[in-house]
Design a protein around this ligand. Sequence first.
Ligand SMILES: *Cc1c(COP(=O)(O)O)cnc(C)c1O
Length: 396
Amino acid sequence: MSVKSQTPAKHAVATRLAHLGRGEAGSPFVNPPVIHASTVLFDSVAQIEGRAAKPAKWTYGRRGTPTSQALESAIAELEGAEGTVITPSGASACALALMAVLAAGDHLLMIDTVYGPTRNFCNGVLARFGVETTFFDPLIGAGIAALIRPNTRAIFLESPGSLTFEMPDVPAITAVARAHDILTLIDNTWATPLFFRPLDHGVDVSILAATKYVVGHSDAMVGTISAGPRAWTRVKSTHGDFGQFTGPDDMYLALRGLRTMAVRLAHHQASTLRIAEWLAGRPEVERVLYPALPSDPGHAVWKRDFKGASGLFGFILRPAPARATEVFLDDLELFGLGFSWGGFESLATAPNPRKVRTAVPWTEPGQLIRLQIGLEDPDDLIADLAAGLDRFTAAS
Ligand SMILES: *Cc1c(COP(=O)(O)O)cnc(C)c1O
């Protein structure tokens, strides 16, 4: 749906999170009702045909319900967007947004650090439908101008990259894109609109895997696509053409997660900074990848454009046999081994960017570890990691 701000922008975001997306005006309920619907009944044939004095507000479940509208309006307001559509996962949001702005014969510029399934979508579906993708160095900045062809229609960003945390210069890239009448899209899952508002920096489409920080409890999958005026009608119509609709209970969980998102993100950020700083001082650790650290190469860009840092970051271990990484991770007490992030629980994975990067090869000899810092006490998490690093050293 298309919305104008429901709560005055003078209020801080934590205040607005308590009030936005509350459902239809005048409703006495604090939370909007969860509507399970396909069929919607009309008053008359004239109303179905759009001739009635009182037009139908709702027409069919897939076309929108009070539940989807509440979540759409909340996200659109946070992103400062013309409108937002909801999809059944973050991956489907990335795919749909690309379909909305591209056609056969077009060329797409894609950041090399993009989320794996989005990369696969470009190399698979988009290639089959005649769209060519060029992957580019995340630190290219204004140099992206050299990659633009007459048929380049879109540039897709992710900031920071969710495995290796490079910070692209978003305003430098969107300035070039606008000069060439090219649309820009960004996967904004890491920062969320609380820490970075892409549309304020010239981006046309901002995508969230709401599965992560919006839902916040690892119990539902939801995606959102928010668009500014240059892309909104295409995003809205493509979402309708694909017949996308998301389960009302999952949309409700996303709306419910939003209420506590500012508080959770503040805790994720404080704990993550402490743990990242602690790791940076450990002899087993080669380098910590977290733009909020002053030592990080992306720190200046992060500080200029972002209002905060979330709870996902990486570090590189000193080179050691694979077995040393396994004993470190396998016996962690509090960190679960699993995909996804943004929930209340801490997680660890050992990704290998070497296998996927094409524009800039990943050459670090040590193993990359990615941590999601949850809402546990950070001292307990540090003790768990310290014991793990001792196991790592013993096995090295
Ligand atoms: C998890 C993730 C997605 C996909 O979200 P799903 O809801 O799991 O489909 C997209 N982008 C990023 C950066 C992610 O981390």
